[in-house]
Design a protein around this ligand. Structure first.
Ligand SMILES: [Ca+2]
Length: 177
C-alpha cells in the first residue's frame, strides 16, 4: 500500500513540474531549480565499505531513494562501483548500506557491522535491496556464518528488491563461483 501511494505521489510531482515548465519556457528551466531544491533537502546515509585489502571505511552521501523526482531517484545506487556488491537497508537502493569489493569476499556476521541509525544499531537483519556489479553470483543467508535460508544474488546494475519475506533477514554473505 505504501509503495503504491508513494509512486502515485512521484507521478503527480513529475506531472506538476512538466506543466509549470511548459507554461514558462521549457521543462529544463523549471525542472533544474526544483531538483536542486529537493536535493538540498534530502537526508544523508552512511555506506560502510569493505575493501579487498581488508580496509573498512564509512562514506556519507545523500539518500537519493527518498527523492520524489525520477531524475534524482536513479542516483540511489549510482555510487556502487563496478567490481562491488552493495546491500541497502531499504528497497530501491535506499537507506544505509554496506558494500564489499572483489573475490573472494564476504562477511560472517552482520551484527558486527555498526550502523548507528539502523534499527538495533548494526546492519544485522537490514537488507531489503542490493546491487551486484562484481560479475559473480553471491549468496546471502538468513543467519550468521552461512546458516539458515539461502538466496542467490545475480548481477544487478540497478537495485534488486527482495521479496517481502526476505527483507530484514540477511546476517551473512559470501561470493561464490
Ligand atoms: Ca538474520
Amino acid at each position: 500500500m505504501t509503495s503504491q501511494r508513494s509512486f502515485a505521489g512521484r507521478v503527480g510531482g513529475f506531472a506538476k513540474v512538466v506543466a509549470i515548465g511548459g507554461a514558462l519556457a521549457g521543462t529544463l528551466f523549471a525542472a533544474a531549480p526544483a531538483q536542486a531544491a529537493e536535493e538540498a533537502g534530502l537526508p544523508s546515509r552512511t555506506i560502510t565499505t569493505h575493501h579487498a585489502d581488508g580496509k573498512v571505511t564509512a562514506v556519507k552521501e545523500l539518500d537519493y531513494a527518498k527523492a520524489r523526482s525520477a531524475a534524482l531517484k536513479v542516483k540511489a545506487a549510482a555510487s556502487c562501483p563496478d567490481g562491488w556488491i552493495c546491500l541497502y537497508e531499504h528497497e530501491n537502493g535506499g537507506g544505509n548500506a554496506i558494500a564489499f569489493e572483489g573475490h573472494p569476499s564476504g562477511h560472517n556476521d552482520f551484527s558486527r557491522i555498526s550502523c548507528p541509525s539502523c534499527h538495533g544499531g548494526t546492519f544485522n537483519d537490514q537488507m531489503s535491496s542490493f546491487v551486484n556489479k562484481t560479475g559473480r553470483t553471491w549468496w546471502w543467508y538468513f543467519d550468521a556464518h552461512g546458516h539458515g535460508e539461502r538466496h542467490n544474488m545475480n548481477r544487478a546494475d540497478t537495485p534488486f528488491n527482495l521479496a517481502r519475506h526476505e527483507q530484514d533477514k540477511a546476517s551473512s554473505i559470501y561470493s561464490w563461483g
